[in-house]
Every structure is written in C-alpha cells, then in structure tokens.
Design a protein around this ligand. Structure first.
Ligand SMILES: [Zn+2]
Length: 352
C-alpha cells in the first residue's frame, strides 16, 4: 500500500488535469483535447473528476476504448448520477468514452482502422490514436492508483459478465474478488493494451467484460455498477452500505478459456446459455446445411462453463461459436453463477 500512503501524504495538493486543478472536495469536468479530425474540430476526451474531502486513493474508471462497446458507458453514466458519491474519500477519475472518434463512427476502431487498445502507451508524434493514447497516459493514467476498464463482446457475441485479470498480480486479483463478478478469468496481458500499460506502471487493474457491442442489457449494467461500488467499498473510498449484507456467493475463477469454432459453414443453432455447465456429454448445438442435406453436431472435449457465444445464425467454417471457461467442476461453477444471479436479482434494484 505504499502508493496509497504516498498519495495520502499529498492529498491536499490540487489534482491537475489539462489546465484545471481540483482541490479536495471539488468536482468538475475537463474536456481534454487529444487531437483533431477532418472537420478541423478538436477531438476531446471528457474526464469527470470527483475529489472527496477526505484523503484516499485515486481510482480511474474508463469505457469506450472500443467505440461500439456501450456497457461501460452506461455503467459510468449511472455511477456519476449516484448520490453515494457524496461520501467519497479519495479521487475518482471517470472517462465514459475514451475514444470519441470510434464512438461517433459506432465502431470498435479508430477512423484509420486501428485498434486503440493495441496502441498504448502511444506517442505524441504517432497516429491520431497514438496521440490520444499518449495524452491519456500522461494526463490521467499517471495520476491513478487503481483502474477498471469496461468492455463488451463483439456484435452478436454476448459475454457473461466477467472480470479479466492477471493472475500473477496479487493486488489486481484482490480487486477482482472484491468486485464479486460471476466469473473471474485469469488472462495473459497483450502488449499495447491499456491493461498491459497498467501492469507496467504498477497500477492494479481490472477489465470488466459484459454484454455485446451496440447493445445495453440490464444484467451487464447491474453487475458492473454493483461491482464498481463493491470495489469502492473495498478501497475504503465509500463506507459500506447500510442495507443488510448480501449472502455470500463464491466467484468462479477460471485459469483458461477456449473458443469452439464452426467445423463447417451453414446455419448455426445453439442449445446452451451463458453460465451453463458443459462437458463432453453436452449437445451444444448443430451447424446444419441450409439446403437440408447434412448437419454436424457440436460437442466439446473441455469441461467448463459458457462465458460467451455467437448469436448469429449464419456461420462460415472456423467462426467462433462458443467461448468456454475451463473449470474442473463445471456443475459447481454453474451453481455459483446461478447463485450470484439470484443474489443480484434480490439485492439490487432493477434498472428498467
Ligand atoms: Zn473492448
């Protein structure tokens, strides 16, 4: 906790982002200019700054690194409205849309087809995405003690709400468990990603994955919002809630995942749900010849739970159909996931 301690010592210092400075107890919004586009207008990154009166760490919350992944944008929009933030200790930096050019194009990618999440740490002399990444790291990331980055599956490929974390980082794993998602998946870091950059800078971080691009769904938003509050309480940035405490549910921790791909092209019909236990005896679905001649049953050698699948019915050979988190006791994992859904249904207000 040495980072936090050093932060505590200097908490009375103003936190400066762009040209704006925020003393303890202040809040505001900074439109950070990160480049310009073909209309000659600046590309801005909107940063919400909330500083509690009392000292504590700085937590960075980011969504919209991929412009079509909206789950996190909505989670952060709702978080910013919450009255609970009035009792915040420490500082929150909230960026609902990191990559505005991609968001405006309703696309995962930057206008030059680059993926911002492969461009970190970026460069002031690089592409638009590289410059955006560089300003974001200099102005925001370098002032953060902890971080959560929110993502969603691709269009037509929903994800079970899950936290991805680097297993070797003990502080990140503690945050992941505090979030209490249905599933935690230990994944390797990909060079150029924001999470890789957090790792290099020694900032414990989580990646929340839920739902699919272009859509909002209630469960993904509720898990994400509840998990974010759980982390704020874990970091003692918020007091524990006054409501009676939730029954304990165990989070499933998976050390590996596997994509099951279409053995041939055709019509894909799916028999399983997100969170369901599967194994060699499970009939996952079929890929059928649309002209009625043949069909291929889909099976898996792996024991695990379904954490993502393809909702699109037309597939080519090799298309990713099922994302399975490997566990040696899938039935138990399925029961834990169901329990965690029941607890969320009972203990968090519906959003719609
Ligand atoms: Zn993403």
């Amino acid at each position: 906790m040495s980072d936090t301690e050093s932060h505590l010592a200097s908490y009375s210092d103003p936190l400066v982002i762009g040209k704006q400075s925020f003393k303890p107890g202040k809040k505001g919004v900074v439109d950070l200019t990160v480049g310009s586009q073909l209309d000659y207008q600046p590309v801005d990154m909107c940063v919400h700054v909330r500083r509690g009166r009392k000292p504590g760490p700085t937590l960075l919350l980011t969504a919209g690194i991929h412009g079509d992944e909206l789950t996190g944008v909505e989670i952060l929009r709702r978080l910013l409205k919450s009255r609970r933030l009035q009792s915040l200790r420490g500082s929150l930096l909230v960026i609902p849309v990191v990559c505005m050019p991609a968001f405006l194009n309703r696309s995962r990618y930057l206008p030059d087809r680059r993926d911002l999440n492969r461009l970190f740490p970026g460069s002031t002399e690089g592409s638009l995405g590289g410059r955006l990444a560089s300003t974001f790291i200099d102005e925001v990331v370098n002032q953060s003690d902890y971080a959560i980055d929110y993502h969603a599956g691709a269009t037509g490929r929903p994800n079970l709400p899950q936290i991805r974390v680097t297993g070797s980082e003990a502080d990140s794993m503690a945050l992941a468990k505090a979030f209490k998602p249905p599933v935690i998946i230990e994944t390797a870091l990909r060079e150029g990603s924001l999470r890789y950059q957090f790792g290099r800078l020694g900032i414990p971080s989580l990646l929340y994955e839920a739902g699919e691009a272009g859509r909002l769904d209630s469960a993904s938003i509720r898990y994400g919002l509840r998990g974010t509050f759980n982390v704020l309480e874990h970091l003692e940035m918020l007091p524990p809630p006054r409501r009676k405490s939730e029954p304990k549910s165990k989070t499933v921790v998976a050390t590996g995942t596997q994509w099951l791909r279409a053995p041939q092209g055709g019509l894909f019909s799916n028999n399983v749900d997100l969170g369901q236990a599967v194994g060699p005896d499970t009939k996952l679905g079929v890929v059928g010849d649309p002209l009625g001649r043949r069909e291929t049953p889909l099976t898996t050698e792996t024991d695990g739970v379904v954490i993502g699948f393809n909702r699109l019915a037309t597939v080519d050979e090799g298309d990713a159909l099922f994302h399975i988190a490997t566990t040696n006791n899938p039935e138990k994992a399925e029961a834990h996931i169901q329990r965690s859904e029941e607890i969320m249904e009972e203990h968090t207000a519906p959003l719609h």
